[in-house]
Design a protein around this ligand. Structure first.
Ligand code: KIV
Ligand code: ZN
Length: 507
């Protein structure tokens, strides 16, 4: 960071706002892997969840708080003493605990959702910030739906909560309704008209309903906001939150436009983004800014020619600046453990010896099936095995039979409790048949909430990467599987979700 610039704080909400969006739920292990990436990125605050919302959320906030070494760890709390007390129990072991309180301040929310008068909202906000400050030195207060709040009332609440001890005041565009200039004007008016505004950090939190979350956040930064709340890959409620990688790279690529800079290590962005994809099973579009598959691909001949003559013609950032792995010597079945280990490290995976050994064994199996193993393949292996649960059930073998005029059948043999268990089932295609055969062995059914299959690289021998999300009762489990055979990748993904479920039930 340039010394002339003030710091812009990055408050990451991938594990809270991001995780609460449909299709992005994560289990504890997955959340810990994402938190590890957030630490490597060097974000300032990790919002680890909403501790009072469920025992599972409480446990994950507490675990992230215990393990995080540098960043502050925040939990969201409604403006209620019981939420704040539970939230404090979850974050108190963090090096820098933070309680993040919110209460809506817009007429619409106060009248219809909260059914509270503005006076009651003001009193509650001040009283709960006072309560939270007795427990925790770092308290943030969010005026939910700030962008649709009456300016005079908003100013009064901001002044009141700062006086009560809030260190950060967040002014969210909760429904993604603001236009950049309007949102910037709101920040400017708070700074100009709230007498004690200088005693707190002003934060922004924008949703992407009109595709303006990043534009609004950046306009607010230019107007004087000193913290941005954002999420990796832009995940979050509805259309999502401002994408962390886009905020960070806009500030880095256009330093001429900003008086502030972040301390995020941009070279970790690519890995962190991939980690969120595999933890949530939620993919990103190919043309997604910064981390999409095509973000640095030049297809048109005229562009390719320009880039070869001078990269700056069509490239405003380099792939290396966000940590996209460079094309290096490909590894194959004759590559040794040493070369494999050093490639893993180059790709940002610093694993313990036992895990390297496991990954190396998987790499050898893959190298036998595939002519060349690319960086993308190795990354997929490392991501896939990270956070893996104990294998209560394990694939031994399977046979599928399918065609266009016969029902698909799968016979599967699993290792379960030290024994081989077999089952056959028919289904709507070989993958459905395989999932039904697994359920036949388990003796219970699961609701398949999401299933995706994609190829890790191009080419005929490409690996297929399958992700599933299954539900049993209230609980959701994600699973991922890799193989050059798509049915096998799908079976492995299903079994990894089943193993997460069985580990959970064992607990
Ligand atoms: O969008 C929003 O207003 C929020 C608050 C709880 C910060 O997520
Ligand atoms: Zn939000």
């Amino acid at each position: 960071m340039s010394t002339a610039k003030q710091k812009l704080y990055i408050f990451d909400t991938t594990l809270r706002d991001g995780e609460q969006s449909p299709g992005c739920s994560m289990n504890l292990k997955e959340k810990l892997l994402v938190a590890e990436q957030l630490e490597l990125l060097n974000v300032d605050i990790i919002e680890a969840g909403f501790a009072a919302s469920s025992p599972g959320d409480f446990e994950s906030v507490r675990e992230v708080a215990r393990r995080t070494k540098k960043a502050a760890v925040a939990t969201l709390c409604r403006c209620l003493a019981k939420d704040i007390d539970v939230g404090w129990q979850a974050v108190r072991e963090a090096k820098r605990p933070c309680l993040h309180l919110f209460l809506a301040t817009s007429p619409l929310h106060m009248q219809y959702k909260l059914k509270m008068s503005p006076e009651a909202v003001y009193e509650q906000a001040v009283a709960m910030v006072t309560h939270a400050r007795k427990l925790c030195p770092e308290v943030e207060f969010s005026c939910e739906d700030a962008s649709r709040s009456e300016p005079d009332f908003l100013h009064r609440v901001v002044e009141g909560v700062i006086r009560a001890g809030a260190k950060v005041v967040n002014l969210p565009d909760t429904v993604g309704y603001a236009m950049p200039e309007q949102y910037a004007a709101m920040i400017r008016s708070v700074l100009a008209r709230v007498p004690n505004a200088g005693e707190a950090i002003l934060s922004v939190h924008c949703h992407n309903d009109l595709g303006l979350a990043v534009a609004n956040s950046l306009a607010a930064v230019q107007a004087g906001a000193r913290q941005v709340e954002c999420a990796l890959n832009g995940i979050g409620e509805r259309a999502g939150n401002a994408a962390l990688e886009e905020i960070v790279m806009a500030l880095r690529t256009r330093p001429d436009c900003f008086a502030v800079a972040t301390e995020v290590d941009a070279t970790r962005l690519y890995n962190a983004s991939r980690c969120v994809i595999s933890a949530t099973g939620s993919r990103i579009q190919a043309n997604k800014a910064i981390v999409g598959e095509n973000a640095f691909a030049h297809e048109a001949g005229i562009h390719q020619h320009g880039v070869m003559a001078h990269a700056g013609t069509y490239e405003i950032m380099t792939p290396e600046s966000i940590g996209v792995p460079r094309n290096r010597m490909v590894l194959g079945k004759h590559s040794g453990r040493h070369a494999f280990e050093s490639r893993l490290q180059d790709l940002g995976f610093h694993c313990e010896a036992a895990r390297i050994q496991e990954l190396f064994a998987e790499f050898k199996v893959l190298a036998d099936r595939k002519k060349t193993v690319s960086d993308a393949d190795i990354e997929a292996l490392a991501r896939g095995s990270a956070g893996r649960d104990e294998e209560h059930v394990k694939l031994e073998r399977f046979v599928v039979q399918s065609g266009n005029d016969i029902p698909a059948t799968c016979t599967i043999a699993l290792q379960k409790e030290g024994q081989t268990a077999r089952h056959s089932a028919t289904g709507d295609g070989p993958i459905d048949a395989a999932f039904k055969a697994i359920e036949g062995i388990l003796g219970f059914t699961l609701a398949l909430e999401a299933f995706t299959l994609s190829s890790v690289t191009g080419g005929e021998d490409a690996q297929g990467e399958a992700s599933v999300k299954v539900r049993r009762g209230e609980r959701i489990y994600n699973g991922h599987g890799l193989s050059t055979d798509v049915v096998e990748a799908s079976i492995k993904a299903y079994l990894s979700a089943v193993n997460a479920l069985l580990s959970d039930e064992k607990k």
